[in-house]
Design a protein around this ligand. Structure first.
Ligand SMILES: [Zn+2]
Length: 229
């Protein structure tokens, strides 16, 4: 804890005053640009990679960046996944976020767990949670991919982003907004080895690196998500 507490002291001493002065409007409320659904992995720092500040991203973090499908939640599993649904409802109904981004990443422990396909002793809740993505794993295996390939977990992670977007679209509050044009949903994938972020192009199913050359085209082609699976 020493490092964390020392950081708080350093922030208070050298940054807190100017930090607060930069966002007087945010004290009374927030108007974020997007709901970002991202893994808990400590190596992911969304505000660093996007270079945006306080108030811009409403963030839901969970292991594997999962969104269980609406029907499953609606069939008596609401409490089990209440944090996911509550964040979704709050972001859409209270904050009217115009974008939802689901971001997967390389070297994801959840994807490695899925690939191992066996329960680690004494982790019933973890196993239960990650099993929500079992359909992604099955789809992955059925596609004939070699699961022993050194990059299999990263391929699975990209497929997982697509699946979670599909699940997101099963929520009526998401579909309504997609249909009336007030919401767009996007798939991203972060490569931790170089911190490149890739945007899922849903006309091709490819993840395209976001950089100064590709950004104009990506922005021009932003659209409602339509399945590529
Ligand atoms: Zn992860």
């Amino acid at each position: 804890m020493q490092k964390i507490i020392a950081g708080l002291v350093e922030f208070k001493k050298n940054h807190q005053k100017s930090f607060i002065e930069d966002f007087p409007d945010l004290i009374s409320g927030q108007n974020p640009l997007a709901l970002l659904i991202v893994c808990c992995d400590s190596r992911i720092m969304p505000t660093i990679s996007t270079q945006i500040g306080p108030g811009d991203l409403f963030v839901l973090r969970n292991i594997g960046n999962l969104v269980p499908p609406y029907d499953y939640i609606n069939q008596g599993n609401a409490f089990k996944h209440s944090s996911v649904v509550a964040a979704l409802e709050f972001a859409l109904l209270y904050l009217n976020v115009p974008n939802i981004i689901i971001c997967g990443h390389s070297e994801c422990g959840a994807m490695k767990y899925l690939l191992d396909n066996k329960e680690v002793p004494d982790t019933p809740f973890l196993h239960n949670w990650i099993s929500e993505a079992k359909g992604v794993y099955n789809n992955f295996i059925e596609s004939g991919v070699d699961k022993t390939n050194v990059n299999a977990h990263n391929q699975l992670s990209k497929l997982n982003v697509m699946h979670q977007l599909e699940n997101l679209m099963t929520f009526p509050i998401v579909l309504d907004r997609l249909n009336n044009g007030s919401l767009q949903i996007h798939g991203w994938w972060l490569d931790i080895s170089n911190y490149n972020v890739y945007h899922l192009m849903n006309d091709t199913g490819e993840f395209l690196e976001i950089n100064e050359n590709t950004a104009p085209d990506i922005i021009k082609r932003l659209y409602k998500y339509d399945s590529v699976i």
